[in-house]
Design a protein around this ligand. Structure first.
Ligand code: CAA
Length: 380
């Protein structure tokens, strides 16, 4: 067993931490307040190779392992969870399936610009009536000659209003249930595609979450991703990696709230001494530190499992479940340690508390993760 990072992993962690401190952290509170998409930061992340971290060099990626990706995600999300999810969706939910299931032509045309950060991707699975029940797709795809015609609505799509390239799931034949679902690569400039509205959210306010409409959107047949009948498997296997991305986002939020709490408890004085001298605070610090460490171990282990080449659905679900619930716990305790100051926007833990909640919901709720974990456990 080896718990040390490799030289490359250490370098990536330092590079991401340095970039996050210089470019991401200084604007995090402001872009959250203004609900402003960090276009410039995302462009610079592309230049650093952070938008296609695991993609092969020949398709424009940085060809790094999944542990490097998790380390970078953690550092970026520690500074700004909104920027973290923008990065996670592009890497895990769009670049990964294109590299895994795409044809050579699709990879050169669609993957390369995404991996280089020249274009941005969105993953369009959720619908008003298909949240946890992802197989209940009502967006329809009908074949017309050598073109597919898409009609329907997608909900809560991260990057939806800013994306250039959409990975869209649609039902081709309801009688086939999940085996009728297909995945399509859709250009956001296509006629008939529109952004209906952007959600106003509790947290991750600088990332856009949009409702999208597809009204007779014509998609050439060569933009079908994966074989007939495999769209649901493309969606689910992609989410395995996505859940590692969200676990690392949650980990970044945990680390930010925890470190702020330690600093504050050493500085803040009550009853004539630093509050860190009181056992009530010491016990909170101990529980927060333990959960942070456990979340980190599960998340790194899931990333490592992904790199081993076998199936990693359970490791990913455990990491996502635990890290997201840890972020809820740790940010709640952080606000408590900060007291009235924690409830105020003057201090960052208020933002961390709001940002943490979504990690228990998107890319599969905690309940969906428990479904995945228990079904794998009971199969053993
Ligand atoms: N990899 C490959 N195949 C998989 C798979 C995986 N991880 N998970 C399931 N499958 C396959 C199964 O093997 C099965 O195949 P067969 O029919 O050939 O046997 C098929 O898919 C159906 O599997 P299930 O019966 O388990 O599917 P289900 O309909 O019962 O769904 C579920 C189970 C776990 C609830 C699943 O629907 C799920 O994960 N729901 C949550 C959806 C979700 O995470 N949405 C996130 C939206 S994206 C997002 O949030 C992005 C963002 O904003 C940042």
């Amino acid at each position: 067993m080896q718990f040390e990072l490799t030289e490359q992993q250490r370098m990536i962690k330092e590079l991401a931490a340095d970039f996050a401190a210089r470019e991401v952290a200084p604007i995090a509170a402001q872009i959250d307040e203004e609900e402003r998409f960090p276009t410039e930061v995302v462009k610079k992340m592309g230049e650093l190779g952070f938008m296609g971290m695991n993609v092969a060099e020949k398709y424009g990626g940085a060809a790094m392992d999944s542990v490097c990706y998790v380390l970078a995600m953690e550092e970026i999300s520690k500074a700004c969870a909104s920027t973290g999810v923008i990065m996670s969706v592009n890497n895990s939910l769009v670049c990964w399936p294109l590299e895994k299931y795409g044809t050579e032509e699709q990879k050169m045309k669609w993957l390369a610009p995404l991996a280089k950060g020249e274009k941005l991707g969105a993953y369009c699975l959720s619908e008003p009536g298909a949240g946890t029940d992802a197989a209940a797709q009502t967006t329809k795809a009908k074949k017309d000659g050598d073109t597919w015609v898409l009609n329907g609505m997608k909900n809560f799509i991260t990057n939806g209003a800013n994306a250039d390239t959409l990975l869209v799931f649609a039902q081709t034949d309801e009688s086939l249930k999940h085996k009728g679902i297909l995945a399509f690569i859709v250009d956001a400039k296509s006629d008939g595609f529109s952004v209906i509205r952007k959600e106003e959210k509790m947290g991750i306010r600088a990332s856009d979450t949009a409702q999208l409409a597809f009204d007779n959107v014509r998609v050439p047949a060569d933009q079908q991703l994966g074989a007939d009948g495999t769209g649901f498997k493309v969606a689910m296997s992609t989410l395995d990696g996505g859940r590692i991305g969200i676990a690392s986002q949650a980990l970044g939020i945990c680390a930010a709230a925890y470190e702020a709490s330690v600093r504050y408890s050493k500085e803040r004085e009550q009853f004539g001494r630093a509050i860190a001298k009181f056992q009530a605070i010491q016990w909170k610090i101990a529980d927060m530190a333990t959960r942070l460490e456990a979340a980190r171990l599960l998340t790194y282990k899931a990333a490592w499992a992904k790199d081993q080449g076998g199936r990693y659905s359970e490791e990913a679900a455990m990491a996502k479940l635990y890290a997201s619930e840890a972020s809820h716990y740790i940010t709640n305790e952080a606000v408590q340690i900060f007291g009235g100051n924690g409830y105020s926007k003057e201090y960052p833990v208020e933002r961390h508390f709001r940002d943490a909640k979504i990690t228990e919901i998107y890319e599969g709720t905690s309940e969906a993760q428990r479904m995945v974990i228990s079904s794998m456990e009971l199969r053993k």
